[in-house]
Design a protein around this ligand. Structure first.
Ligand code: GLA
Length: 418
């Protein structure tokens, strides 16, 4: 799909030609295949619509494996609930795949950490209710998981609590650290050269902020604050951390979400960047719009470049880009007054191949790839980019408003790939 490149901040298309819909995700490697689990968002409402699983051999081409935990008939993951930050680990002592998640009500006022299990990696998982500690439910929201080299499993929580899981992974058995990151959300952990690293975002709802990290010689601590890990002022390359994994060569990779409320299913994208781990710190020295996991170096989409020079905030204004080849990419600007375009890919006979929302919003302005089409058989196609005229905006649970102050769509260039 992506010519074996890992692209950040653009929609990814799966083997069905639909956007890879796996947000707040985690990644597992098994028998030479990567399995990606995440929130299967909708483009209209924020309720739990299932957790999805995709698999890939190269981190670039993703196959939809299915909804591995659908909405339940009732209860904590039933209708009218939130389901977020799904994480999966294989329990070494039982061989069972254990899934962890944040369940909540639609106002985020009823948080629970829940668990589900499956004998196979790709489900379907059986919901098992709340995860408990000393017989009591854990009433926290953002969570992550970590599996140590000896197979011990850990649950990570916002604000920096860490729990060691029981041998069967189904109960939180011991609180090994508490409150090591006050104000932190979306915890993610990485072990590198015997050191532990914890990444967190600040609490700005779906808006990006300057994520930070800590390191420690042991999970119990002492945890030392190590500052931001992405380029300063980039709001973590416009993303929120969710997970970290390693390439077969051992190099760590950061996984983050570039949220886009309310059209998360198509317009929220992924930011995956190689991480540099040196001594006690992690860093993403510079943002790479595309990189090659085989060389671990930056890459570019190679094709015929055409100036477009389109900028409009008027609903319905559009540009049609006819092209001959297999795919097309758009380079454009996201900015505080930017918002959605409807991007429609059509064949020569007018059949619509794909129609999605693409966002041109970011709190900190950015120029780069905004869209890369799915691969089509070589031929004559067209891309239609239409200004939606609708801002991307939302309020958090405290009522604070976030999002764009305009509806502008700015496309500078198209790249046509043969
Ligand atoms: C934060 C959390 C997300 C989600 C949003 C909702 O970003 O990390 O998982 O709960 O808030 O506003």
């Amino acid at each position: 799909m992506s010519g074996q490149l890992v692209m950040s901040g653009v929609p990814w298309f799966d083997d069905r030609g639909q956007t890879v819909n796996a947000h707040g995700a985690c990644l597992l490697e098994q028998d030479g295949r990567y399995y990606l689990f995440g929130e299967y968002k909708t483009d209209d409402v924020n309720r739990f619509a299932g957790f999805a699983c995709y698999s890939s051999a190269d981190l670039a081409d993703w196959r939809f494996e299915g909804i591995v935990l659908p909405q339940q008939d009732g209860g904590l993951m039933g209708p009218g609930r939130i389901g977020e930050r799904v994480k999966v680990m294989r329990c070494p002592s039982t061989g069972v795949y254990v899934m962890y998640m944040h369940s909540d009500d639609l106002r985020y006022m009823d948080p629970h950490i829940c668990v589900a299990t499956s004998d196979t990696i790709d489900g379907e998982y059986t919901f098992a209710g709340e995860l408990t500690y000393q017989g009591e439910p854990i009433r926290k929201w953002d969570m992550g998981t970590f599996q140590d080299d000896d197979g011990t499993g850990y649950l990570l929580l916002h604000e920096g609590d860490i729990y060691r899981l029981s041998e069967d992974y189904l109960v939180a058995e011991e609180r090994v650290a508490e409150g090591v990151a006050r104000g932190g959300e979306s915890p993610a952990m990485l072990k590198h050269d015997g050191r532990y690293f914890l990444m967190f975002s600040h609490k700005t709802s779906w808006e990006s902020n300057e994520n930070f990290h800590l390191s420690a010689p042991a999970l119990e601590g002492p945890w030392t604050y190590r500052g931001h890990f992405a380029p300063d002022g980039s709001l973590t390359c416009n993303s929120q951390c969710t997970f970290a994994f390693r390439l077969p060569t051992g190099e760590p990779v950061y996984m983050g979400d570039r949220w886009s409320f309310p059209h998360q299913a198509s317009a929220a994208t992924y930011v995956w960047q190689p991480l540099r781990a040196e001594d006690d710190t992690l860093s993403i020295p510079e943002f790479w719009g595309a990189w090659d996991p085989r060389t671990r170096g930056p890459a570019e989409l190679v094709g015929k470049e055409t100036e477009i020079d389109f900028s409009s905030d008027i609903a319905g204004e559009e540009i049609v880009i006819p092209f001959t080849g297999t795919r097309v990419a758009l380079v454009g600007r996201s900015r505080p007054d930017g918002s959605y375009a409807r991007v429609e890919l059509t064949r020569a006979d007018g059949t619509v191949v794909s129609s999605i929302y693409v966002t041109f919003y970011s709190k900190v302005p950015d120029s780069g790839y905004r869209y890369v089409s799915p691969v089509l058989p070589w031929g004559h196609h067209a891309l239609r980019v239409t200004v939606l005229g609708e801002p991307t905006e939302w309020s958090d649970k405290r009522g604070e408003r976030f999002g764009s102050v305009g509806t502008r769509v700015t496309v500078d260039r198209a790249v046509v790939i043969d």
